[in-house]
Design a protein around this ligand. Structure first.
Ligand SMILES: COc1cccc(CC(=N)NC(=O)c2cccnc2OC2CCNCC2)c1
Length: 389
């Protein structure tokens, strides 16, 4: 299958797979800023670029609606991600963000928003190199404008604006295979509300299983079991930063969070991100941490339900409490907070708890990519310490 656009980009090409003579690191050198294209790429005549100020209520509503109606669906088109407005503000306004990297395309006449793509700055370590990158996300073209080749020009435009800030690498994920994944993760789901999941077609009743047997299978205790397990608070930021930085150092690719970043990404925010930690009662040391983000999905075409409430495993660290027990407490909290399902990728050390905590494999993979940075050979999911939203 030809990738007309991606064959023109500084990304690992399929033809280079296995060629170990190619060095790890940037594929192309930075361009002198004066040589970066100063003006936006041309759009088809009817359309114009717009910088989306996500802190504006009206603009945020437009972005929310575009995504809610036109963003990623599962392979069977039964569900569509339904990112909330508060989630989008959180995801797009980390420390140091650029409003010029929140790029919309609208119809000149009607001013209707019909496409979107974003970047946020992130320091990402690849082995021993900390690289200033852009995390690219939320590429969305209205269903009615598909196959007009809008995506390539949107990718070129966000790349141009990232270059203008003297950043030359990027990280992104996709459910499809493009040239060339640095890692491919399997996703897994843990049922919390099996009756609803079966009713909406997310899960199927197991063979020789009744509904009541299934509900019993996924039942969880009312309260968490780990002594000292509590919500993270602002005063925990320095200790959690140390704990997480140390833990992430074991992975080949991982974010390089400072306290400011960590406060943004992991301080609990209702309906956006939840994080818990274990504080030892005698030493008051913080020994473990777990977190998940909230990403509901719209249920397309079900009489009884319109939304699937899903938690997505984010960053977890266990140094004293067994990871299995820590994640089971995360499931207990999610169930108590009325989530229907808890999702996780098989990256970091997640493989060690997935089957035992009754996660089932999803029907797809999430592929990770770096732009303008070659990685020696494809990574195992257990070497990947980066979770994108
Ligand atoms: C249940 O509703 C869905 C609505 C749309 C797509 C999918 C399947 C899917 N593609 N799932 C994932 O990509 C996924 C599964 C587990 C953990 N993180 C994930 O994706 C995250 C990270 C990448 N950006 C989307 C959210 C499911």
């Amino acid at each position: 299958k030809r990738h007309k656009f991606w064959e023109t980009q500084p990304v690992g090409q399929f033809k280079d797979i296995g060629d170990n003579s190619l060095p790890e690191g940037p594929i192309e050198p930075p361009t002198p800023l004066s040589e970066v294209k100063q003006d936006p790429y041309n759009l088809p005549n009817l359309y114009e670029w717009i910088n989306c100020d996500i802190s504006s209520e009206e603009m945020c509503n437009e972005v929310y609606s575009l995504l809610a109606n036109n963003y990623v669906e599962d392979d069977e088109n039964m569900f569509r991600f339904n990112y909330s407005k508060e989630f989008l503000r959180w995801a797009l306004q980390p420390p140091g963000y650029f409003r010029s990297w929140h790029i919309g395309v609208r119809v000149k006449s009607s001013k209707k928003l019909v496409a979107f793509i974003t970047g946020i700055p992130a320091k990402i370590r690849v082995r021993d190199e900390v690289v200033n990158m852009a995390e690219i996300n939320f590429l969305c073209v209205h269903k009615k404008l598909r196959s007009k080749r809008l995506a390539p020009v949107m990718i070129k435009e966000v790349t141009r604006r990232v270059h203008l800030e003297n950043i030359w690498q990027a990280a992104y994920t996709a459910g499809v295979v493009l040239p060339t994944p640095i890692a491919s993760c399997q996703y897994w789901h843990r049922s919390l509300n099996p009756k609803k999941l079966i009713d909406v077609g997310f899960s199927r009743l197991g063979a020789r299983m009744t509904m009541s047997r299934t509900i019993k299978l996924y039942k969880l205790p009312e309260s968490t079991v780990t002594p000292g397990f509590r919500k993270m608070e602002i005063h925990d930021v320095p200790a959690v930063t140390r704990l997480l930085r140390n833990y992430l150092s074991q992975f080949v690719v991982a974010p390089d969070f400072d306290e400011n970043d960590l406060e943004h990404w992991l301080l609990p925010e209702e309906n956006v991100v939840d994080s818990y930690l274990v504080e030892s009662s005698e030493t008051h040391e913080i020994t473990d941490f777990c977190s998940f983000y909230t990403l509901p999905s719209s249920i397309l075409g079900n009489q009884n339900y319109s939304t699937l409430k899903a938690a997505y495993s984010f960053y977890n660290v266990s140094t004293k409490t067994p990871l299995l027990q820590l994640m089971n407490d995360a499931l207990i909290v999610a169930k108590r907070r009325d989530y229907d399902v808890f999702n996780a990728l098989d990256l970091m050390e997640n493989e060690s708890f997935l089957k035992e905590l009754k996660f089932g494999p999803g029907d797809g993979k999430l592929h990770y990519y770096l732009y303008n940075y070659r990685v020696r050979q494809v990574l195992k999911p257990s070497e990947l310490g980066l979770v994108l939203l």
